[in-house]
Design a protein around this ligand. Sequence first.
Ligand code: SF4
Ligand code: FES
Length: 264
Amino acid sequence: MAETIDLKLHVWRQNGPNDAGRFEDYSEYAKGISTHASFLEMMDVVNDKLILAGKEPFAFDHDCREGICGTCGVVINGQPHGPQRATTTCQLHMRKFENGATIYVEPFRAKSFPVIKDLMVERASLDRIIQAGGYITVRAGSAVDANEMPIAKPIADEAMDAAACIGCGACVAACPNASASLFTAAKIAHLGLLPQGQAERSRRALDMVAQHDREEFGACSNHYECEAACPKQISVAFIARMNRDHLKAQLTYKEPTAKDGGAG
Ligand code: SF4
Ligand code: FES
C-alpha cells in the first residue's frame, strides 16, 4: 500500500445554525496524506495547510481520539463515522481510502443537533435526556468491593453491552426520523438491567422517553439504520426493551409515598 494518497476532499462550511451552509473543495490541500493517519489527523493536516495559506480552518469536534468520548462524529460520504463498521471517526484510518478517492464530510444532521459551526453540532439534547433519569440515587462514596452484589453473568454482560454507548449521536444522524431511540434505550437499559437500577426503573423510563420527545427527536420506525451506524454496535433489541419498560410504567407506575412502606 502506498505511504501517501491524494484526496478529492469536500468539507461542509456553515457559520452557525441559521446559515444555509455549502460544501467547499479542499482537494489542493489534501494531497500527500499519510495512509497511517487517522481521519481526524488528515483533517488536522488540511487545516494546518489552510492556516499557512491564510484561510480559515474548518471546525470539527474531538476529544479523546480513542473511540471513547463520542464527540468526533461527522458524516463521511453519507455514513455517520464513515465506511468502516463499528468504528468512530477518530479510529478510522486513511488506509481505508483509495488514492484519488472523493470524500464529502458533513455534520450530523438532525433538528435536535443544531450546527454550531462547520462540522460541529450541539448535542446537549442527549445530555438533557441523561439528566431526566440516567442515574441511580444510591450512595456515591468510594467503590464497593467487587462481587459484593452477585449479578448473573448474562445480565452483567448485557448491561455492559448497553453501557458501551458513548453518546456520539450517530444513531440520530443515520435515522430517517432523527430518532435518538437507540441512545435513550441503551442508557435506560444499562441501569435497568442491574439491581442498583431497579428502584427508579419505571420513573426512569417515563422521564427519559418524555425528555427524548420534548427534544423533538423522531419516533423509532424500525429502519435499523441506527444499529448499522453505531460505532459500539448497540443492538436495537434495547429499543424493544425500552418500549416494554415504558409501556409497563405507563400502566402501573404510581409515585411512591412514605405510606407505601420502608423501614419506619
Ligand atoms: S447508541 Fe451507538 S450511535 Fe447512538 S449514541 Fe450510543 S454509541 Fe453513538
Ligand atoms: S474523539 Fe473521542 S470518540 Fe472520537
